[in-house]
Ligand binder design. Sequence first.
Ligand code: NAP
Length: 278
Amino acid sequence: MKIGILGLGLIGGSLGFDLRSQGHYVLGVSRRQSTCQKAVDIGSVDQASIDLLLLASAEVVFICTPIGLIVPQVEQLVAHLPETTIVTDVGSVKTPIVKALSPLWNNFIGGHPMAGNTDAGIEAAQRNLFVNRPYVLTPIDTTPTSAITVLEEIVRSLGSIIYHCQPEKHDRAVSWISHLPVIVSASLMAACLSESDPEIFQLAQNLASSGFRDTSRVGAGNSELGVMMAQYNRQALVNSLHQYRQNLDTFIHIIEKEQWELLEDKLKLNQQHRPKFL
Ligand code: NAP
């Protein structure tokens, strides 16, 4: 198939590698000419341009730009597409995107690969990023079955595990396991930066090891993505944060009151439940 990718960064560039290795012909469009050249040089796409028109001949187009650009970019793009073209996006938030684009394009299907890392840009693109990762699709009642089947086949070929759900449910679920962790981890970093004794501050940096690496990773990554997650999934994220704050207060109270047995019970419960999420 001829497949288009708009936005050649971590996700778009990685998709390009895997789609090409499946034998598809991949057309890439990005904002900067240097990114387009790099994507061709590293073998992520067959052809690339900064001109949206390159995507006019694609049968399926993946929109992989930052969240806030997805709707305006599709609004521009569809003027150049035949109505048979399937358009999908990879944005980390689904409700506002599906709401805006479904009335505009019958063959639009929201999507979200649950894969990534803290780096950004075409330099961060990697092969097999989506293998064994969940990939959410959010078709609506009027989405043609034929379009869903084609997209599912492509997603399955990436090695991903497909989930279907309503956009609103997706956004609530990812606010717990993706967006809340970003803000919690960002708060951890901010709290550490507030240490006022320079000697302790330096010592903490010297002693930081794997535990700090794990817990600070998502809060110190792509800031553009972090802001857009919060902006476009604001209500679900605020609800999760309030719930988190209540739990944090409970832990503070338990520790202040030296309720060690209760603390142990809570930690044991977490140990028991964590594998269900991973
Ligand atoms: P990224 O690495 O920053 O890539 C986005 C790319 O979009 C940039 O490299 C940029 O390319 C290009 N771009 C920016 N403005 C553009 C424009 N006006 N026209 C065309 N291209 C433009 O970000 P990412 O992590 O791949 O995220 C992309 C999307 O994937 C987001 O919607 C995000 O929510 C979603 N997502 C991210 C992750 C993750 O963990 N990172 C996981 C799942 C889904 P230039 O170099 O040409 O400027």
